[in-house]
Design a protein around this ligand. Structure first.
Ligand SMILES: [Zn+2]
Length: 337
């Protein structure tokens, strides 16, 4: 299957329709097999939060649910299209992270409500139109942006928006807003069970508030400092923990986009890692490359603690336990043994 881009929604629709008409051997669509509500999430992070709010009143399908997948370069399938077509509620990250969702929503006849986390976070989901840095960098192209919508997403092979950190699920406060939005939409879609959704939300929020307390205590204990990351997935969590991420932007952009790292940016990153300034290197296991391996080795040689982070929910964790494990990993790495 060719890579999806904004220029080929017709192809996506055609292949999905073909599958539906012939009823060929794809596994039965889980979303279609229940009388309850059907929720589709772009990744299992949002799928888990949705499950916490919906309980057993809905079927939740997460399109990306394996740590072996790099969500930044995911290619949607016809099966994904069917799941979206049958969905009552769709949850995406937005901000250029999972543009395949928008393509699937547009390419299907789905009447699903779509919740976009990046929009709740105040990040413009429309390819950086509202972002000042982006506008400056693009200079003369700015006036053409409205007409050329989607071009930015095609330029780098996926929808990453320059100058914006789209990994908003590493921000606990934004996930509170997402959970609230999910509960509100579920109550509207299924008014008979509104009280149950409200109750599930309250229980989840209580857990999250406890975690926020732990986060604040950890930030106080750690006392801040300069960090670097091989890919900026944990940016919001590290910022809440009081750290300044000084990773050269060109390095981060290249890793996120799966592009070659410019030699100067790699050298600047290696220099930062070798300096006395750095207290921690955040390593993204899901976007590893020879360059990130080199940076990791340099950190290890310099005796800088390296803490691993991933894009999607690891097996056996839920959102709250996962974020707690991330915080504890940072505290553990920086506390004297
Ligand atoms: Zn990422």
């Amino acid at each position: 299957m060719p890579a999806l881009s904004r220029s080929v929604p017709a192809l996506v629709l055609a292949s999905a329709t073909g599958l539906a008409l012939t009823g060929c051997a794809a596994p039965a669509d889980p979303a279609a097999s229940t009388d309850g509500l059907s929720i589709v999430a772009s990744t299992n992070v949002y799928g888990d939060i949705a499950s916490s709010i919906a309980g057993d009143l809905a079927t939740v399908t997460s399109i990306i649910d394996s740590p072996a997948q790099d969500p930044h370069s995911y290619e949607a399938s016809a099966q994904d299209q069917l799941a979206i077509a049958n969905a009552d509620l769709v949850i995406e990250n937005g901000g250029g992270y999972d543009p395949f969702i928008d393509i699937l929503v547009e390419g299907s006849e789905t009447g699903a409500v779509v919740i976009t986390a990046a929009t709740l976070a105040g990040i413009d989901d429309d390819h950086g139109h509202g972002d000042d840095d982006h506008a400056e960098e693009e200079g003369e192209e700015h006036s053409e942006e409205e007409a050329a919508e989607g071009e930015a997403a095609e330029d780098d092979g996926h929808g990453h928006v320059e100058g914006v950190n789209e990994h908003v699920w590493y921000d606990l406060h934004i996930m509170e807003q997402v959970a609230e939005a999910i509960a509100t939409e579920l109550a509207e879609l299924d008014a008979d069970n509104a009280a149950a959704y409200e109750e599930n939300l309250a229980a989840w929020m209580e857990e999250l508030e406890a975690l926020e307390g732990e986060l604040e205590a950890a930030a106080e204990q750690l006392g801040g400092g300069t960090v670097a990351s091989t890919e900026p997935v944990p940016y919001y969590l590290l910022a809440e923990l009081g750290f300044d991420d000084e990773t050269p932007a060109e390095f981060s952009e290249a890793i996120e986009e799966g592009a070659d790292v410019p030699p100067l940016a790699l050298q600047q990153t290696l220099d930062l890692v070798a300096s006395d300034e750095l207290v921690l290197l955040a390593y993204n296991d899901q976007t590893a490359s020879p360059e990130t391996e080199r940076v990791r080795e340099a950190a290890e040689e310099a005796g800088i603690p390296v803490v691993s982070f991933v894009e999607t929910l690891p097996d056996g964790e839920d959102y709250v336990s996962w974020m707690r494990a991330n915080i504890e990993a940072v505290v553990g790495a920086l506390s004297p043994a």
